[in-house]
Design a protein around this ligand. Sequence first.
Ligand SMILES: [Zn+2]
Length: 161
Amino acid sequence: MTKTLWAPWRLEYIKQAGEQTECVFCEEAAGNLAEGETLLVRMGAAAVAILNKYPYSSGHLMVAPRRHVGSLAELTDEEALEIHRLAVAAIGALDRVYGPGGFNLGWNLGHIAGAGIADHVHLHVVPRWSGDTNFMPVLADVKVLPEHLLETRDRLRAGWE
Ligand SMILES: [Zn+2]
């Protein structure tokens, strides 16, 4: 199980490659998406927390600056601080709502590292369960229904402090 820990990011990249036209982070940060399609969990002053449309596990969030920037070095102090705080708050909300056994947090920088959207940096917050292959038995075959993501979104919004 652990040997494939970071491989799922590749899946995100594969699925989004070729169909990605707009930048999802910029779309979410602009707040223009309808309530029935937005995966925004938290809008901050300088950063946002959104659900991953292609989650590795249920509740898989991404935290990104609202500005379209492609490298960590470009983040302002305010953005870096808010990304950190949103990640902490996301862990808190996930703990309250789902109670996972642990988390993986990570940045994938560049397509070669598995970043699906390489030119808008984002921090993955991935809840992990003991034996979480049970949670999503065969990742490649999982059909992530929008209703499920929206329900997860609403539960995390409600559980956010
Ligand atoms: Zn962007």
